[in-house]
Ligand binder design. Structure first.
Ligand SMILES: NC(=O)c1ccc[n+]([C@@H]2O[C@H](COP(=O)([O-])OP(=O)(O)OC[C@H]3O[C@@H](n4cnc5c(N)ncnc54)[C@H](OP(=O)(O)O)[C@@H]3O)[C@@H](O)[C@H]2O)c1
Length: 309
């Protein structure tokens, strides 16, 4: 199969495009012919060696959409030819490829109304946003939430989910993306280059930070007493607040079929629409990584691995 992979850690130049052996289904696994795979910030963090050891050659990538090409006999609820989407097991990479192996229990059927490209774009971003807003922050109707980094993949899903829950949404973006985040339903948008959000926002029930660094640490200031904040771009530990009257949380992002089905249902019912997408081929992986690593684009970057089926 063709794949985009690395044989050592480094900059985008270490990404190679070439042939690797096809995967074989182990116990409880299915083999997916990948139609689309998305690029996540985690991919260039893995590529640069931030996540410890790896076995080379290492195919990067976590979420995908495609068609089941083969399966272990123990997988009884899926069949060859089913269109599925999903996210590889935590700690596993391997979606930038024409084929991948994954436990059948953690993939979900792709609705016919959703293209493979959209499904791949929504998988990891969707389960992360759902985990953060519903399971971790337990956001409620009528509450106000500040979502940092509104134009990104996870935040774009989160803005729409928060509106669906009935919350008031404030978000931050650069000037070029203000109309985009308004279009996703944000009630108030802040151009973070022109305005210090800590001066413009206060009294929030919740914060969802997808930016990290100083933005994460400063976000505690906008919370009302008893407020809660969730962080996904600050490593595996939530940052420590300098005040004692708020809660700082790090959402777990477990892989499961039900949460992917919820992603699909939110899109099918129109509560969430797919993000703006820029397409690449696997051979353009280095270019896609450079753009992702710049952290200034909107929506999602997606590999079209083979034609839609
Ligand atoms: N399972 C997990 O824990 C998990 C899953 C997914 C993602 N993540 C992490 O979550 C983070 C977000 O990922 P992502 O894929 O949604 O997006 P991303 O690629 O990291 O972010 C891109 C977006 O960030 C915005 N941005 C950059 N700096 C900003 C700032 N100072 N203030 C406001 N917005 C800013 C950019 O918009 P502008 O061009 O408008 O600045 C751009 O649209 C990453 O660090 C990723 O590793 C964690």
């Amino acid at each position: 199969m063709k794949a985009a992979f690395i044989e050592r850690f480094g900059g985008s130049e270490v990404l190679q495009y070439g042939d690797l052996p096809d995967p074989v289904a182990a116990a409880d696994e299915v083999i997916v012919d990948v139609v689309a795979a998305s690029i996540n910030a985690a991919d260039w963090k893995v590529r640069s060696g931030q996540y410890s050891e790896a076995k080379f050659p290492l195919v990067l990538g976590r979420d995908f959409s495609g068609v089941i090409a083969a399966k272990d006999a123990a997988v009884e609820d899926l069949k060859v030819g089913d269109a599925v989407f999903g996210v590889l097991e935590a700690g596993r990479e391997g979606a930038y490829a024409e084929k991948l192996a994954i436990k059948g229990a953690i993939v979900a059927r792709k609705p016919d109304t959703l293209s493979h490209v959209d499904a791949a774009a929504l998988a990891l971003a969707g389960i992360t946003a759902i985990s953060a807003l519903e399971a971790t922050l337990q956001l409620k109707h009528g509450e106000t939430i500040l979502i940092q980094g509104g134009a990104g993949g996870v935040a774009g899903f989160a803005i729409q989910l928060a509106k669906h829950i009935g919350a008031r949404v404030i978000t931050t973006a650069s000037k070029a993306n203000l109309d985009y985040v308004r279009g996703l339903g944000a009630d108030e948008v802040i151009d973070y280059n022109a305005v210090d959000f800590t001066r413009a926002v206060s009294g929030c029930d919740a914060v969802f930070d997808t930016v990290g660094g100083e933005v994460a640490q400063k976000s505690f200031a906008v919370l009302k007493p008893g407020g809660r904040a969730a962080f996904i771009a600050s490593g595996w530990q939530a940052p420590k607040p300098e005040r004692g009257d708020v809660t700082s949380l790090r959402p777990p992002v477990g892989r499961s079929r039900p949460v992917l089905e919820r992603v699909a249902a939110l899109v099918e019912t129109g509560a969430v629409r797919p993000p703006e997408i820029r397409l690449f081929t696997l051979a353009q992986a280095a270019e896609a990584h450079r753009l992702s690593e710049s952290r200034h684009f909107r929506g999602k970057l997606v590999f079209q691995v083979r034609g839609e089926r």
